[in-house]
Write a new protein. Structure first.
Lengths: 506, 491
């Protein structure tokens, strides 16, 4: 009998609000000395009271709307009671039976084969339903130094606002889980509500995994897998867990309903606690916070001002710019890059108007956009990565970049020189025509000028010249290269090529 | 000058006329405390030096001829569950024996800004759980009218401090009667404001949906003056709200002079039935007759769900208690078995268990257990949820009765102050002493207790408390009626 995995995800997204969920403490604790970014409220000191953060509520509403969920006009906060040293109040303020948003779904693209990236052409679209989204506060961090008989607690993280997003068990493979999470990360970033960096714990994911026998309708017993700290870990852990369950079922054994932790070093999931030992959290309405009542006007206002989601942008870029899958994958992945790309294209449209075009303007624009996208995908992204700079903070203005593309398109500089100019612009800023003049990068297409250079090359390379005449086509490449060298790359290679052929044919 | 009887306006006048100084007042307060404290046990800790220093500042202001705020230089006491910066807030419990607050409660901040002078923190039932101040870890507090009797609770220390003249006013907290019942037993004025009228920020929580800070004073005018300063919305407490009805700002002149003519008084029958001391009943009915003479109209009314109030309260309140008291785990502050040489702790669980076993008294443990039980899965619907529904019904009782009458009049307590130890081992009997005060706590409506005479018992004159219940945020109307009663009773 074969089995089909059934996976549901429970994701915690750390919101990047200015202050914490229920107090005025700075929400950014990274690199801050332990237990210093705290106040009576997040320390849970006697007498302190929580006050809900409006920005966090807005973020949750945005997430709910972006995922096509229904935002509740009335929701409330509840206390989830349990004892743990990093939970200073002895309860976590969360939302239990009336979350801020319900329903919705997320559509994402999954490549068919594991090795292929998102740019792959073999992809399918998948939809996973969202069960609910709610707001809660984070606990502190417990640190267990190796070989010591004590543990340390850092309460800086206490009260950090979290969004818990729960999906229906709609996910059918570890790869789907991974791509779901990556799409969700993108959405959070597009909305500007979280950096959703898994490695930094901004996005944490638990998964409920069970196997369903092919042809049956009965769900198998599920396990909950925790402690997966990267997209890769999610994929690996789920792959392991599915295999583990499959092996047990094939041997006729039963799956134990339990929580299992992913051990990255061992590469396996390890039992943490069984459901019989599960907490009774004794949820009840948080008496310190009035219910959360959101007016339709407020929700509509947020809906009307919702930033574009990655999916919308993907569709728009495809339609408007006629981009290919790989170009789309790169430009959608990073919101800022896509924003910037959009600005370059607007500038480009201005440049097109001034071009003396032989063909129709629309076609030229499409070609130039394609040229721009390629420049982004093959050159700019790599350069930015090497320099560790975000595009919107780099020295290149969209206007200058549009000009560069225009110059390349017009053939005033070669693709190679274009790359050089781009590098220069990134280092020092400035407009491309100046850089081209300063560095003498202007492409030489003038046949008279080039004829002279070609004459010299022919004189100096008797051997290859003869080879070519005897029909060895690859010799031409060598000769063109020589000519390029002599002009320090300024020669228009197409013209050089044409001239060689013409001269040597005689 | 009889310090023990001075009112706030009299103090204010004397400062301006140079008849007394703030330092002198604080010294007098400390003197009275020195004389009576051993006998009454109202304070857990005193701030002698800080109080004198603060008084010196006020005196300098007087010397410079500056205008003083009405509370400036007035010595007062804080219940030990209201936190003050750099001071220990014990809440009457061992588990907070060493907890020093790094911040001021909003009411403390407001009173400090108003220039009132903190003398010390008063004794109370542990975490405000009790009606006799006997569950305090620290000491017993006695009723100044009869030392063999309890002062009431849980704000017993605050009520005694005011009744015995140790301070001019005190703050208490009221969850089910903890301001009103001791005020009644001790013969002083006590107000439980509308839920949400005063910030709870810095009041150590017992049952958050019911807790309210309230003033305990020597008379109604003082109560108005203190309430005026401490009430109002607070950015640190989202259950503390601004309400239009509160905009009258307690105009003292109208409160003192408007009287009761034309007002409709509701007399809820459920409060005058079984279990009510006959003499207490007579006292209250005598006041009602006096009010009728002054032109008030009385009407018998019914609050049909009154009988369920105590049961409802003893489900909802412990539920919140069990959660609110979870933070006292011996890890970060307060008593910890970890550092107690008499305790053995091997792991985290034993630190929790031993610290809480040692640190909490019996009543706290009882309520933590009941609360944990009623919130547990499988019991939640039958207890907690049902109690919430009954609470709504009780609230509706009040809402509909206030469509017919302006305020309600009842006894504050069914009996006079009882004997020390009399009910300590019988929790149900103890709980029943709150039977008159619990319903308005559950509804959240403002309620005030004021003295309406005394009854002689065992050769001692014991005070009787009369309770006025008003509509949401209509404290000003309560004050107006209370002022009229005060005049009638004192004639």
């Amino acid at each position: 009998m074969s089995f089909r995995p059934v996976i549901g995800l429970e994701i915690h997204v750390q919101l990047k609000t200015k202050s914490k969920m229920f107090c005025g403490c700075n929400n950014e604790s990274e690199g801050v000395k332990p237990n210093t970014n705290v106040c009576p409220v997040c320390l849970g000191l006697p007498g302190a009271l929580p006050v809900a953060n409006k920005e966090a509520i807005k973020s949750a509403v945005m997430a709910g709307l972006a995922l096509d969920g229904t935002v509740a006009g009335f929701s409330k906060f509840d206390r989830k009671n349990y004892f743990y040293p990093d939970l200073p109040k002895g309860y976590q303020i969360s939302q239990y039976d009336q979350p801020i948003a319900k329903g919705g779904f997320l559509e994402f693209i999954v490549p068919l084969e594991k090795e292929k990236k998102l740019g792959s052409k073999k992809v399918y679209q998948k939809r996973a339903k969202i069960t609910r989204i709610h707001l809660e506060e984070d606990a502190g961090k417990s640190i267990h130094p190796q070989g010591r008989d004590y543990s340390l607690i850092d309460l800086n993280r206490c009260g950090t606002p979290l969004l818990e997003i729960v999906t229906e068990p709609d996910i059918s493979s570890p790869l789907e889980a991974k791509f779901f999470l990556q799409e969700l990360r993108k959405i959070m970033r597009y909305l500007g509500i979280s950096d959703a960096d898994m490695e930094k714990g901004h996005l944490r994911c638990d998964a409920n995994v069970s196997l369903k026998g092919e042809g049956t309708k009965i769900l198998g017993t599920k396990t909950e897998v925790k402690n997966m700290n990267s997209f890769r870990a999610v994929e690996k852990a789920l792959t392991y867990e599915i295999k583990r369950q499959e092996n047990l079922l094939k041997k006729g054994k039963k799956i134990v309903h339990e929580t299992r932790g992913w051990d990255e070093d061992k590469g396996e999931t390890i039992p943490q606690r069984s459901k019989e030992e599960a907490h009774d959290y004794r949820y009840f309405p948080e008496p310190d916070l009035p219910p959360l009542e959101l007016s339709q006007a407020y929700i509509t206002e947020i809906r009307n001002n919702l930033p574009e989601t990655p999916e919308h942008r993907r569709n728009r870029f495809k339609k408007e710019f006629k981009l290919g899958l790989e170009q789309l994958a790169v430009l959608i992945e990073d919101k800022e890059l896509g924003d910037y790309f959009g600005r370059v294209i607007s500038e480009l449209r201005e440049w097109v108007k001034d071009l003396d075009l032989k063909q129709n303007q629309e076609k030229a624009t499409t070609e130039m956009i394609n040229l721009t996208a390629n420049l982004f995908v093959t050159e700019l992204v790599g350069m930015l990565r090497d320099k560790k700079v975000a595009v919107e903070k780099s020295k290149i203005t969209p206007e200058n970049l549009a000009e560069l593309v225009t110059l390349i398109y017009k053939g005033e500089i070669s693709q190679g020189a274009g790359k050089k100019v781009l590098g220069e612009m990134l280092d020092k800023g400035g407009d491309p025509s100046h850089i081209i003049d300063e560095q003498g990068l202007k492409q030489i297409s003038d046949e008279k000028k080039l004829g002279k250079v070609i004459g010299e090359v022919i004189k100096e390379n008797k051997g290859p010249v003869d080879d070519f005449k005897e029909g060895k086509q690859e010799a031409l490449g060598f000769l063109v290269g020589q000519a390029m060298q002599k002009t320090k790359g300024q020669a228009n290679p197409q013209v050089v090529n044409k001239l060689f052929r013409r001269i040597l044919k005689k | 000058m009889d310090f023990e009887k001075l009112t706030i306006p009299e103090i204010h006048k004397q400062f301006h006329e140079g008849k007394t100084s703030a330092v002198e007042l604080v010294e007098r307060a400390l003197e009275v405390i020195g004389k009576k404290e051993k006998d009454l046990g109202s304070f857990i800790s005193l701030d002698r030096e800080e109080a004198l220093k603060a008084a010196e500042k006020v005196d300098k202001k007087i010397a410079r001829g500056e205008e003083l705020g009405i509370l400036e230089g007035v010595p007062f006491a804080l219940k030990a569950n209201i936190v003050m910066k750099d001071k220990i807030a014990t809440c009457g419990s061992q588990i907070l024996e060493n907890f020093v607050s790094p911040y001021d409660a909003t009411v403390v901040k407001k009173l400090k800004e108003a220039g009132a002078i903190v003398i010390g923190r008063t004794n109370m039932d542990e975490f405000a759980m009790g009606s006799s101040t006997e569950t305090s870890f620290y000491k017993k507090t006695r009723n100044p009218h009869d030392r063999t009797r309890v002062p009431g609770g849980s704000s017993g220390g605050s009520a005694v401090a005011v009744a015995s003249g140790e301070v001019v006013f005190a703050l208490g907290s009221d969850t089910a009667g903890s301001v009103r019942q001791p005020a009644a037993f001790c013969g002083v004025v006590g107000l439980k404001p509308t839920y949400g009228a005063i910030s709870r920020y810095g009041l150590v929580a017992m049952a958050s949906s019911l807790d309210q800070i309230g003033p305990i004073t020597r008379n109604i005018t003082d109560c108005v003056l203190v309430q005026r300063v401490i009430q109002g919305p607070d950015a640190y407490d989202s259950t503390c709200v601004k309400d239009k009805r509160n905009s009258s700002r307690y105009d003292l002149e109208s409160i003192q002079n408007l009287g009761v003519k034309g007002l409709k008084i509701g007399v809820p029958q459920e409060y005058f039935e079984k279990g009510l001391d006959k003499k207490v009943k007579e006292k209250v009915e005598a006041v009602i007759k006096l009010l009728e003479k002054k032109g008030a109209k009385t009407e018998k009314v019914s609050l049909p769900h009154t009988d369920y109030a105590i049961a409802t309260y003893y489900i909802l309140s412990p539920a919140e208690v069990s959660s609110n008291l979870a933070r006292y785990d011996g890890i970060r502050y307060g008593y910890s078995a970890m550092v107690d040489p008499d305790k053995k702790t091997d792991d985290l669980l034993s630190v929790y268990l031993e610290s809480r076993k040692e640190g909490f008294g019996n009543e706290a443990k009882r309520r933590i257990m009941v609360g944990t039980y009623v919130l547990s899965s499988g019991y939640y619907d039958a207890y907690y949820l049902k109690a919430q529904k009954v609470r709504s019904l009780i609230r509706k009782d009040f809402e509909s009765v206030f469509k017919k009458v302006d305020f309600l009049i009842t006894p504050t307590t069914p009996t006079l102050a009882f004997k020390l130890g009399e009910k300590l081992d019988d929790p149900l009997q103890m709980y029943m002493s709150d039977v008159m005060t619990v319903p308005s706590s559950l509804a959240g409506v403002p309620t005030l207790s004021l003295p309406c005479g005394t009854i002689e018992k065992d050769d001692k004159k014991l005070p009787v408390g009369l309770q006025l219940i008003g509509n949401y945020f209509e404290e000003a109307k309560l004050f107006q009626v209370a002022c009229a009663i005060e005049k009638l009773v004192n004639k």
